[in-house]
Structure formats: structure tokens, C-alpha cells
Design a binder for this molecule. Structure first.
Ligand code: NZQ
Ligand code: ZN
Length: 389
């Protein structure tokens, strides 16, 4: 096991009506006027935004609406938000939505206190040292941004989708997790969220670190819980208990607990971010295509961990590592298909992928080589993208 430092200052309020506590929680952060960040309207239609506003108002917290954040959020909205925060003397942010909304709020929170261009954090020119407090009311279990220190933003100029990782500076101060808020999710978004949380576990599970039984077993347990609960939420969107389990799995998958004491991989996310940047696909749906292709490539090169996942999560009993790995990957694809997810680029809606461009961009954005479990160079990434056909 590797040495590690794990600090997660997020307070989780879990259960029915959790969003009604957001006013008091915002006050606890010392905020009196917040930027209320949300997306394209689902939170208006479901009524949750009104409840959040009521909670803030009843605690004497003023708010300024900042709406219309789209999936795969872009830097132009971050600049706009920073300007409003400064102009309106705002001292905190409340994000009501999913990863796209939360990530925008985080980037604004860091950028508003920084003298230079906020993109410096994403390009690696500067490190986030301070940020305004961010609180979250989560409406989709998927990206795990409610518990992570990360923000993923696309720069419109060149469509570069970049992930900024911080230890704790960008972890939300609080996250209200009410499973009932997820009842309105369409099946496709529900399923894409399920794939994304599984991918967050895979990125940590596929590690070169040895003697990491504890986190291996935590990861395998959460994966099994997701696989058991997923068909229930697809079949019955208002199954509270299944929604609750999926919601907590999404947080555990990405708040760092599955990554303690191990080197992480993150190659599949790098490969997927190019798909969503270039072709506008839903992040989780893109991962349903990327993860099995990456694992198939590993089955011929470093099969041991894929085989362990196959045996422990999918109960494959084959003795040979490569055969077990391939059987596990087949089971994973069957699972993705069973919840309505694509497993090839054409099923994802990408008919004529530009492989050369994908390979050039992934190395431009992620380095050469990249990946913690197995270092990928251009020949590797080209082969993996082609396995997605
Ligand atoms: O915009 P609205 O109308 O709210 O609709 C949203 C959006 O269309 C809808 N939705 C959300 N909650 C709903 C709902 N519809 C009905 N009922 C509800 N309760 O769902 C759609 C997707 O929302 P989005 O926020 O984009 O989803 P997600 O949470 O999957 O976030 C994806 C983004 O997060 C990034 C991804 O790359 C992508 O940009 N990631 C962020 C990470 C992080 N910060 O740690 C890690 C992840 O790996 C990921 O890369
Ligand atoms: Zn993800």
C-alpha cells in the first residue's frame, strides 16, 4: 500500500427532504449571498429549485440566479459567473444539479478569488489555493463531483475538455443528497450515471500498487451493489431504496475512499473526454464504450487485475487470466446493454470517428505516455479507439 493523505471536508446530508437544509448549511459556511447555479430547467420543472430558494430565504441568505448550464460545461459560462460574483459581492455558491452544474460552480468559486485567468488552473499554470465555499444539492448520481475536489470544463476555443484535480480546495462544503430528486431522471441519464460511477471505481481499481486488499474489496463491494441496484432503478424510477443505494454508490465511487493507498489509472477518462469534447456525447455513455475497449487491450498485456475483477465481481470461474478477463469484459458489456447503454462508437452515434484527431488530442491533453496502470503511447491509444468500433 502507498502512503496517502485523505481529507474530505464535505458534510453529506442524505435522505428525503435533505435539500431543505441547504439554507442552514449555507449559513454554517458563513455565506450571506450566494450564486445559485443550475442547468437547463429540470430543477425548475421538478420544483426542487423553489424548495432550495425557500430554504435559503428562510435562513436569510440572498441569492442570484445563474441558470442554463449545459452538459459538458464550457469556460464562457465560468467567465460570466466570475463577473457576476465580483459585481454582486457574492460570498458563496450553491449548485443545484449534476456534475456540469457543480463543476461550473467550482470553477467560478476558484476563479473569483484569483487575479489572473481562471483557465490557468486548468492549463497547469497555477494551483488553486483558495476558493469561495461551494454547496451542492445533487439531482443526478453520476459524476461524483458532490464529493470530489475536481472540476471538468471545456475550453470553447479548440474544444479542449480538461479535468482539474485538487486535493481539497474544490471539495464542496456540503452536499444534500435526496434520492427522491432522482425519480425524474430519464432512463438514459440514469444509466449513463451508473456507468460513470462504475468507471470512477475502475480508474482506481486498475492500479499498479500491490497489497491494496482493503480498497480492492471496498471497490468490488460498491461495484456489486451498483450491479444489483441498477436494474431496479431502470425498471422502477421511483424505487426509493434502490435510488438511495445508487446515489450513495455514486458518491463513494468518487470521493476518494476507493483510491486510498494506491496509484490510480484515469486513462479511460482521458480517452472519453476527447469523445465528449469532439462529438458532444454524454460522458457516462462514452465511458460504456471506452471501458470495455481499454480492458480488452489490457487482457492481452496486463490481464491479472481485469481477471480479478471478472472473478470477484462477475463470478467468472475460468483459471486462465486472459480468458477470465475476456469473459468478465463480455459480462460487463452485457450489463451495460441491459441498462440501455451503447458499447460501440456507432451505437454511441459516432459513425465516422476521426481516429488520428482523437489520438493527437488525447496526448496533447493528457501527455505522452499517460495512465497509471499501463502507460499508453499513441500506438496504444490508436489501437484502443479502434477496439471501440
Ligand atoms: O440541465 P438540466 O435541465 O438540469 O438537465 C440535466 C442534464 O441534461 C439532466 N438532469 C439532471 N438531474 C435531473 C435531470 N433530468 C431530470 N431529472 C433530474 N433529477 O441530466 C443531464 C446531465 O446533467 P450533467 O450535470 O451533465 O450530468 P453528470 O452529473 O453526469 O455530469 C457530467 C459532467 O461531469 C463531468 C463530466 O465530464 C461531464 O462534463 N465529470 C466531472 C467529474 C468531477 N467533477 O469530479 C468527474 C467525472 O468523471 C466527470 O468527468
Ligand atoms: Zn466520470
Amino acid at each position: 500500500m502507498e502512503n496517502f493523505s485523505y481529507y474530505t471536508p464535505t458534510r453529506y446530508e442524505f435522505g428525503r427532504g435533505a435539500e431543505e437544509k441547504c439554507g442552514a448549511l449555507t449559513r454554517l459556511c458563513g455565506c450571506s449571498k450566494v450564486l445559485l447555479v443550475y442547468g437547463m430547467g429540470s430543477v425548475v420543472r421538478s420544483g426542487v429549485l423553489d424548495r432550495v430558494k425557500q430554504s435559503l430565504g428562510s435562513c436569510g441568505v440572498e441569492y442570484v440566479d445563474f441558470s442554463g448550464i449545459r452538459p459538458n460545461p464550457t469556460d464562457d459560462r465560468v467567465y460570466e459567473g466570475i463577473e457576476i460574483v465580483r459585481r454582486e459581492h457574492i460570498d458563496g455558491l450553491v449548485a443545484v444539479g449534476g456534475g456540469s452544474v457543480i463543476d461550473t460552480a467550482k470553477a467560478i468559486a476558484a476563479g473569483a478569488l484569483y487575479d489572473g485567468d481562471f483557465w490557468d488552473f486548468f492549463s497547469g499554470k497555477a494551483v488553486v489555493e483558495r476558493a469561495l465555499p461551494v454547496g451542492v444539492v445533487l439531482t443526478i448520481p453520476a459524476a461524483g463531483s458532490e464529493g470530489s475536489g475536481n472540476s471538468v470544463i471545456t475550453k470553447v476555443d479548440g474544444m479542449h475538455k480538461i479535468s482539474l484535480r485538487t486535493d481539497s480546495a474544490l471539495r464542496p462544503r456540503f452536499a444534500c443528497l435526496d434520492p427522491e430528486l432522482t425519480f425524474t431522471l430519464p432512463p438514459y441519464q440514469t444509466a449513463a450515471g451508473i456507468v460513470d460511477m462504475m468507471a470512477h471505481i475502475f480508474e482506481r481499481y486498475f492500479s499498479p500498487s500491490s497489497d491494496v486488499q482493503t480498497t480492492d474489496r471496498v471497490a468490488e463491494g460498491v461495484l456489486q451493489a451498483i450491479i444489483e441496484e441498477a436494474p431496479k432503478v431502470i425498471a422502477r424510477p421511483d424505487d426509493y431504496q434502490a435510488r438511495a443505494n445508487i446515489m450513495w454508490c455514486g458518491t463513494l465511487a468518487h470521493n476518494g475512499v476507493c483510491g486510498c493507498g494506491r496509484v490510480e489509472d484515469w486513462a479511460s477518462h482521458g480517452l472519453e473526454h476527447e469523445l465528449s469534447a469532439l462529438y458532444g456525447v454524454t460522458h457516462g455513455a462514452g465511458l460504456a464504450v471506452v471501458n470495455p475497449a481499454w480492458m480488452t487491450y489490457m487482457a492481452d498485456r496486463r490481464p491479472a487485475k481485469v481477471a480479478q475483477m471478472a472473478r470477484r465481481v462477475f463470478h467468472i470461474s475460468l483459471a486462465d487470466d486472459r480468458e477470465a478477463a475476456l469473459a468478465g469484459i463480455a459480462a460487463l458489456k452485457d450489463f451495460y446493454r441491459s441498462i440501455g447503454m451503447p458499447v460501440t462508437l456507432s451505437e454511441l452515434g459516432i459513425e465516422n470517428p476521426d481516429f488520428d484527431l482523437l489520438v493527437a488530442r488525447v496526448h496533447e491533453n493528457k501527455g505522452n505516455p499517460f495512465g497509471g496502470y499501463y502507460k499508453l503511447g499513441p500506438a496504444d491509444t490508436a489501437a484502443i479507439y479502434r477496439l471501440m468500433q
